[in-house]
Design a protein around this ligand. Sequence first.
Ligand SMILES: [Cu+2]
Length: 125
Amino acid sequence: MRSTLALYLTVVVVALGVLTGCPSGPTPTPAVPTDGVLDVDMRNYVYEPKAFEFRVGETVEFRLISEDEPHTFTVKELGINWVVPKNEEPQVETFTFSEAGTYRLVCTVAGHEGSGMVGKITVVE
Ligand SMILES: [Cu+2]
């Protein structure tokens, strides 16, 4: 009977995901850097994390890992366009956020944005 319960729970979880209209679950809590450093994984058309929150004036060191193929970390409005080849050691990039706002993160490799490789950066006062 244990397997029946597990199946039931799986169905409930999947149904909740469908009902909320979001296949990957609820909106993730934005990532904030620890000691100004933030790890970002890129693979299979996904940024992990995919939502970020920074403060105006904050300088962040991004440690970018691409696990499968080249990706980019591009925020056009901020002039960020970091190309990240498949790597094992993180590619380190630094940026200082100077204006509050909500910015769209995309991967500009052909087809990736359309496959859902997008994210959101929020900069607050
Ligand atoms: Cu990509």
